[in-house]
Each structure stands twice: as C-alpha cells, then as structure tokens.
Write a protein that binds this ligand. Structure first.
Ligand code: ADP
Length: 351
C-alpha cells in the first residue's frame, strides 16, 4: 500500500536524514563500530510506503553510503572495517529482500480480501439483481412486442379487435410469468426452500417456448422439437427449471446470431436418462463452444459477450443441482453447442 505523496515525501525526507546521521556516525567512528547495520532499521521503517523499485533504490543508496564510509574512515583496524562493512551490506540486502517479500505477501492478502468482498457482495445482491434482470427481461420484452402489435391492430380502420385481444392475452401471460419470477426470487431472499413438485416436463418446455416466441421470431430461429411421450413426471421446482430452460434458449439464440438465417435451428429434446431420470437436451447450430471454454462455462462472471454478465449458466447449474440433477455442456458433431441436464423422476413413478 502506498502513502499519499505528501506523506511519502515526508517519510523519504526523514529516512534520508536518518541515513545521513548513520553515515556520519559510521564515518566518524572506529572501523570496529558497525553503524551500517542501522540502515536496515530505515529500510524496514519505510518499506510499506515505497514501491518495490523505490525500496531497491533506497537499499542501493544505503550500500553506497556503507562503502563510502568504509573508504573515508581513517582509524581502527582495516580488516575489522572490511568485515563489518561486508556484514552491513549483506544485512541490508537480506533485509531488503525480506521486506520486498513481506510487502508482496501483504499486497496479495489485501487483494484476496478485496476479491472476497466483491464475491460476497456479488453472490448476494449482485447475483440476485442479475438473475432478476436475466429472467424478467424476457417477458418484459415480449410484453413490449405484444403491446406494439396491439396498438397496430387497434389503429387499423376498422380496428381488428380479435387480434388486439389476442395480443392483450399474451401480454397478461407474460406479465404473470414476470411476477412469478419476482415472487420466487423474493422467496429466495427470505430463505424459502425449493418448492419441488411432480410435473410433466414436456408441457413445461412448451410453455417456455411460447414465452420465447417473440424473441425466437425476431432472431429467425426455427425450433425442432423431439419430446418423448410417456416420460415419468420429474420432481423439481417447476418455475426454476423453466428459468434454466429460458436461459439455455436465450444463450442458444445469441450463439446463432452470426449464423445465416436459414441455418438457425434450436433443437429441444426430452428422453429417459440414467437411473430413471429424465433428460432434457437444448442444442443449437451456433458457433459452438471452443474446447478450452467448456471447463469455465459454468463459472460465475465468466462471459465472452461484451454485454454479458456471465451468470446465466452459473445460476442454471446451481438450480439444476439444488433440484437433485446435473447439467453438462458440449459440442455437437455437426456443429453448435449442446446443453444437457437430467432431473430426478417423481418418487412414486420410479419403481
Ligand atoms: P452470459 O450469457 O451473460 O455470457 P452465461 O453464463 O449464460 O453468461 O454464459 C457464459 C458463456 O458461455 C457465454 O458468454 C458464451 O460464451 C458461452 N455460451 C453459453 N451458451 C452458449 C451456446 N449455446 N453456444 C456457444 N456459447 C455459449
């Protein structure tokens, strides 16, 4: 840690004055008096105020003064003076080295503490705010789209009331969805536990798709559904699992934004997974995941997007795992990314 420049200047002035006093004492006393050792006190006293470079310069000056005193001192045993000066120089070098190490460790500890604070804050307020933004933005965007459509239907002469009513119905659905997410997030802050229930995964996926309809159309993404009939119900928190699905769909759409329009395909599939679990696949024909990335995808704050938060997948993994499932990512042989998660089947249907 550095001191403000006025305090730094004062410290350096005091250090130089003490060094001058040591120099005078060292030069004017017998060779046998090892005054040079006191330079280490100066080094230790100012180490935390100086940068590593400044400290090394100071140590260099102390060594220079020790050699100069030795050259100027004219009394006592020359041999004793040589040994004392050598010991003084070694002491200065060792002290400087230790002071540099100590300062580096102190800086690292401070940095670690600051990072811990950032993480602690982010994992409470930040993550919460980000997850609200992430999950609520989608229905809000859909409400705006439907609102615009509604205005257009009503502005026609004569107004197309049927179409306008349909748009209003979609707006109500989306608003309900947004408020459900907020209720759940508020519940999480109150420490409410999961609300798992047995539910059929296919209709839950179809609901997410219908909520994402406006965005999918805007991105000109074709949806390919391969939902297996006859799956057991899963046992999980339905709203949370829909948040995961919504996030994976959103990421897939973003990954396909650079792909030619006709080639943008979102594949959604359900099947039976390992040990009676239910598997959900969300695959796209986007740019895929560079292999070095796969390890880091689920880390909080890891993103390759200029506007990204890097929280969607980390929150998704926490949700899937909290619901007794697991999630993994990989690339499809034919190009694009594939995210796959498995959820436990409802207890009474696993037998
Ligand atoms: P964000 O979307 O804010 O970047 P996420 O946690 O959702 O955060 O995703 C982290 C990163 O994973 C993204 O920045 C992107 O690089 C990568 N990623 C996620 N989904 C896909 C996908 N379907 N295809 C390619 N890369 C993806």
């Amino acid at each position: 840690m550095r001191a403000p420049s006025s305090r730094l200047g004062l410290s350096i002035a005091i250090a130089l004055a003490i060094m001058a006093a040591i120099f005078v004492a060292d030069t004017s006393t017998d060779y046998a008096v090892a005054a040079a050792g006191f330079y280490t006190v100066v080094i230790l006293a100012v180490a935390h105020r100086l940068s590593a470079r400044q400290l090394v310069l100071l140590a260099g000056a102390c060594i220079g003064l020790t050699i100069l005193s030795f050259a100027l001192t004219g009394f006592g045993s020359y041999r004793v003076g040589l040994i004392n000066s050598a010991i003084g120089i070694v002491t200065i070098v060792v002290t400087t080295y230790l002071a540099l190490k100590m300062e580096a460790a102190r800086a690292a500890a401070q940095e670690a503490q600051a990072r811990l604070l950032r993480v602690a804050r982010a994992s409470t307020l930040g993550e919460l705010t980000a997850s609200i933004a992430h999950e609520v933005n989608q229905p809000l965007a859909a409400i705006v789209t439907s609102g615009n459509a509604c205005q257009r239907w009503l502005a026609q002469a004569p107004p197309n009331v049927d179409k306008a009513q349909q748009a209003v119905a979609r707006m109500l659905d989306d608003a309900l969805r947004a408020s459900e997410v907020i209720v759940r997030i508020r519940g999480m802050t109150r420490g409410q536990s999961l609300q798992p229930q047995a539910f059929a995964i296919n209709p839950a996926i179809e609901e997410v798709l219908s909520l994402s309809r406006a965005e999918l159309e805007r991105h000109e993404v074709a949806v390919v559904l391969d939902l297996e009939d006859d799956l057991p119900p899963v046992f999980a928190d339905r709203v949370q699992i829909q948040q995961v699905l919504g996030n994976l769909v959103l990421n897939a759409m973003e990954a396909m934004s650079d792909v030619p329009v006709g080639a943008r395909k979102l594949h959604l599939a359900t099947s039976r997974g390992d040990a009676g679990r239910v598997r959900v696949d969300v695959a796209d024909t986007g740019h895929g995941l560079p292999s070095a990335m796969v390890e880091r995808l689920f880390e909080a704050f890891w993103t390759t997007k200029a506007e990204g938060l890097g929280l969607g997948l980390s929150i998704s993994r926490s949700i899937v795992e909290a619901n007794g499932g697991r999630i993994q990512a990989g690339n499809r042989a034919e190009g694009g990314a594939r995210f796959q998660f498995e959820l436990p089947a409802a207890p009474d249907t696993t037998a």
